[in-house]
Design a protein around this ligand. Sequence first.
Ligand code: EPU
Length: 335
Amino acid sequence: MSGLQIDITLDKFNTLRLKSIAKAYIKLETLTELNEIAELSKQYPKFFILGGGSNLILPEYYEGLVVHNHLKGIAIDSVDTEFKTVTAMAGENWDEFVAFCCENEAHGLENLSLIPGTVGASPIQNIGAYGVEVKDFINHVSVFDLTSQSIKQLDNASCKFSYRNSYLKNNPQYIVISVTFKLPRKIKLNISYGDIATQMAAIKSPTPLDLRNCIIKTRQSKLPNPAEIGNVGSFFHNPIITTNDAENLRHKYPDLPVYDLEDKGYKKISAGWLIDKLGLKGYRSGNVGVYPKQALVLVNYEPASKSDILALAEMIKEKVANNYGVRLNIEPIIL
Ligand code: EPU
């Protein structure tokens, strides 16, 4: 195939900034290439789709094929009295897409501003921040099924979205082609999240752009910029535990942030708080560490390898399990 490259460095394609070489690499730029990619994927025992590389832990050598999704394009499909339906191709940068929606009076995604990565990755792990999850605005996802070599549309229900998870995450035979969003035209700002509510209260008649700017400012103050220091955002999920266990922990640790879920039998608790209270914020071991401003984020001071970062993660998991009896799960995909 035309664009196939061998032994390509992935250093610039992962925000954790791990040094990594892929045995084979190819860019996906047009839909006509999908069948060829399906054939190619059969020749490699391992295979993955690369988007913005912001949620990946790469090995030093990846013995497989990397397909780099560069499908581009954004279009407003339809407008009715209530909604604008907008489709973005999978390789579009997520934050640029949010900016486009803000400029085009298609609302709701402001809280998801500045999340690193691509549009195609957004439904896979159901990205979320500041009280909003992308699932609330997705109409359908167009995918290429490598098994049947055909294009399919998965509606919102078929995507089986849950906290940082979806049907797509567990079915890697689907390549996301594009995501179609149904975005309200009427402004309804979601400023329910603690920090954001306080900042927005100071603005008279706030606009969606004000909210976007507030989210950007908040993220920049708490989260490391991957262009400056390697990271994958939150390294662990916030654990979901039984309401009974959450109440017992709350009894012992009254400050522990506990969030309600639709299922009353379970609560979500703050992993960042658990790690912080163990005194690990700012902890450093060799060239990896816990970000000094947000304990849920692990950082690469470079050079470091997959095993360095996973050793740190294991140490944190063990301490959290021993101290609180809570199991942490790693959020990024480990290759
Ligand atoms: N906290 C601490 N110490 C810390 C970190 C957090 O005490 O070091 C406390 C905070 O004071 C706050 C609570 O924990 O009371 C929650 O902290 P924060 O608002 O920073 O959010 P988070 O729960 O740590 C989640 C998402 C982030 C998202 C933020 C904001 C996950 C795994 N992470 O983090 O998403 O930006 O909420 O909505 O759900 C990501 O997925 O990569 C990500 C950055």
